[in-house]
Design a protein around this ligand. Structure first.
Ligand code: COA
Ligand code: AMP
Length: 630
């Protein structure tokens, strides 16, 4: 069957399509139906099925004879080690860890925060929670103590699992002081913390609160899998929204299993037993879906890579990993390829490796620019597949489904809608726009199984953020168009979210931090174009009347504040002081216009602008920073 038939087959009978896909999963109780629309526009999938994620990721593979297959390869150029763990070993380790958590009272529905670097124990922690029906929330290691505290207060975890340290090129990231700082700031106090002591740095444990990872597992009874309902939350993953408060995306268990399993063959074109590699981080959705869950649910070998595309030790690292571990399908963000291209423009290093095992490269997380795609095509000589998804969807919504049919690639487009997603382009009033017309990208409800069921503790915010603007649709927050052949083009965000090196960040969150400075009266953050990272945040600061401190000093303090409060991952290093911000007559800051000025792009003077002269002041402030070029 080709793509068209598969897609039309889904459209004609979505229930039948997903019930068939559900058969690939081992259920304790097979669901009697796929969709539950009794609370529309809140939809549930596989509500009356009973299932366990960890069983599907480990136990059933061991039972089926995959015990000796490598489940996880930890390849860490940052520590100079490669370490392999089989499915059978993973099962023992995860059941033991789950047993230790259970012995301390963690059970179904309890939340557990995981704050760990790229080590296999991070995935063991996720699976141990899943084994118990506990809901994990992984917090990316590049976030600072304050962001961790915000998540602790929202998720109210019973326990936190952390490591003593993470590693970045040239520096050790001291996790323990970050954890301690977060615990001091958070109102909610978890019952206990478990610390994985890494060789690179042993942390001092807080007596009565912190337990040693290995010691606390000693002598406990390994835990069995706890079956949960299809709609039971598998995890909560916080992502950036328009305001500073992150959104806790809730992932329902049954749909997550079914959808991820379906994509491994149909999109990523791997068979069980083959090696799949997503070079991302467990703290992001890509890490959840395609480092941890997807490959393991499907019986693949997954790679936990602790390194960077360049500098660890060089721009040939990715090729070394692909050839050494026989990677079939490889997934990363375009920014990683831009970094490699910058260091090794002629892709000379690839000649040192045999990467003939590789069948395709997948890119997502940000717009894949044509130069990068063409460079990757020439260097790797395999199909380069741009595909589009979000934390909320949990898996691709638009892709070139190589496992079904290789469709012609149109550079600049992530290709076509996958089953489960009917995508329309809408105007501001919610009318469907014709092909090749720019508008809001919206998806007809219900979304596919495995997509977010709600926001943690925030059903109203869920409704308001996604379901209200266009009734009957899910609002993606992206703007784009669809051509005559059904290919989608993503052009921009419709909100104040920016994308820095494939990381989704909220300018609103940064503005909240900047506004907290005692000398700052008002501020705005925009995303300016950057050759390597796609976008970079840039702040405008208006100082309080009478403040005559040197501007460089205030800028330096603000940069440090964002790094300390949000984290290094925000990559906030650019700011300037201006007298005023351009606004509409009703007081709305014209961020879009400032972006255009900074990027040197043409723009139409907004009809509602209060004082056009301010735009010249903005241009003048940006020029010395290398922006607003004519
Ligand atoms: N823990 C602590 N700090 C972290 C971190 C982590 N897990 N991840 C990143 N950081 C820090 C970095 O050390 C850097 O700090 P610095 O300001 O002191 O240099 C800062 O956060 C920004 O990091 P990053 O965006 O990774 O930039 P970089 O300059 O170190 O590297 C790239 C640039 C392009 C090589 C890198 O961004 C990359 O590999 N991107 C791939 C993105 C990706 O996988 N995205 C996932 C979505 S698919
Ligand atoms: P995240 O939730 O971090 O995965 O970020 C999702 C956002 O990243 C999307 O809403 C898009 O704005 C952007 N994005 C992801 N994939 C692509 C892609 N292939 N092309 C363009 N933008 C993308």
């Amino acid at each position: 069957m080709g793509y068209r038939e598969v897609y039309e087959g889904w459209k004609a009978d979505p229930e039948g399509f997903w019930m068939e896909a559900a058969k690939a999963i081992d259920w304790d109780v097979f669901p009697s139906r796929a969709l539950n629309d009794s609370r529309a526009p809140f939809y549930e999938w596989f509500t009356d099925g009973m299932v366990n994620t960890c069983w599907n990721a480990l136990d059933r593979h061991v039972g089926a004879g995959r015990g000796n297959q490598v489940a996880i390869i930890h390849d860490s150029p940052l520590t100079g080690t490669v370490h392999k763990i089989t499915y059978a070993e993973m099962l023992v380790r995860v059941a033991q860890l789950a047993g230790a958590l259970k012995a301390r009272g963690v059970g179904k529905g309890d939340r557990v925060i995981i704050y760990m670097p790229m080590v296999p124990e991070a995935i063991e922690a996720m699976l141990a929670c899943a084994r118990l029906g506990a809901i994990h929330s992984v917090v990316f290691g590049g976030f600072a103590a304050h962001e961790l505290a915000v998540r602790i207060d929202d998720a109210q975890p019973k326990a936190i699992l952390a490591a003593s340290c993470g590693l970045e090129p040239g520096r050790v990231v001291h996790y323990k002081p970050l954890l301690d700082g977060a615990m001091a700031q958070a109102k909610h106090k978890p019952d206990f913390c478990v610390i994985l002591q890494r060789e690179q740095e042993v942390a001092k444990l807080t007596p009565g609160r912190d337990l040693d990872w290995h010691e606390f597992q000693y002598g406990v009874e390994p835990a069995d899998c706890v079956p949960v309902e299809g709609n039971h939350p598998a995890y909560v993953l916080y992502t950036s929204g328009t305001t500073g408060a992150p959104k806790g995306v809730v992932r329902p268990t049954g749909g997550h299993l079914v959808a991820l399993h379906w994509t491994m063959k149909n999109v990523y074109n791997v068979n069980p037993g083959e090696v799949f590699w997503a070079a991302s981080d467990v703290g992001w959705v890509v890490g959840h879906s395609y480092i941890a869950y997807g490959p393991l649910i499907h019986g693949n070998t997954t790679i936990v890579f602790e390194g960077k595309p360049v500098g660890t030790p060089d721009a040939g690292t990715f090729w070394r990993v692909i050839s050494e571990h026989k990677v079939r399908s490889f997934f990363t963000a375009p920014t990683a390829f831009r970094a490699i291209k910058r260091d090794d423009p002629k892709a000379e290093l690839i000649k040192n490796y045999d990467i003939s095992c590789l069948r395709a490269l997948y890119l997502a997380g940000e717009r894949a620019d044509p130069d990068t795609i063409i460079w990757a095509q020439n260097a790797l000589k395999v199909p380069v597949i741009d595909h589009w998804w979000q934390t909320e969807s949990g898996f691709p919504m638009v892709a070139n489904p190589l496992g079904i049919e290789e469709l012609p690639v149109k550079i600049g487009s992530p290709s076509v809608a996958l089953p489960g997603f009917e995508i329309d382009i809408l105007d501001e009033a919610g009318h469907k726009l014709p092909p090749d017309t720019l508008g809001a990208v919206a998806i007809r409800l219900p979304l596919a199984p495995g997509t977010l069921s709600t926001l943690w503790n925030a059903e109203e915010r869920f409704k308001k953020s996604y379901l209200t603007t266009f009734p009957g649709y899910y609002e993606t927050g992206d703007a784009g168009m669809i051509d005559e052949d059904g290919y989608l083009y993503i052009m921009a965000r419709t909100d104040d979210v920016i994308n820095v090196a494939g990381h989704r960040l909220s300018t609103g969150a940064m503005e909240e931090v900047l506004a907290g400075h005692e000398d700052v009266a008002e501020c705005a953050v925009i995303g300016v174009a950057d050759e390597l990272k796609g976008q970079l945040p840039l702040g405008f600061l208006c100082l309080n009347k009478g403040c005559n401190r040197p501007h460089e000093e205030i800028v330096r303090e603000e940069v440090a504040r964002v790094r300390n409060q949000i984290g290094p991952v925000a990559a906030f290093k650019l700011a300037c002081v201006v007298d005023r911000l351009p606004k509409t007559r009703s007081g709305k800051i014209l961020r879009g216009t400032m972006v255009k000025i900074a990027n040197g792009e043409p723009f139409k003077m907004p009809a509602t602008i209060d004082d056009p002269a301010i735009l010249d002041e903005i241009r003048t402030a940006l020029k010395p920073m290398g922006y607003a070029k004519d």
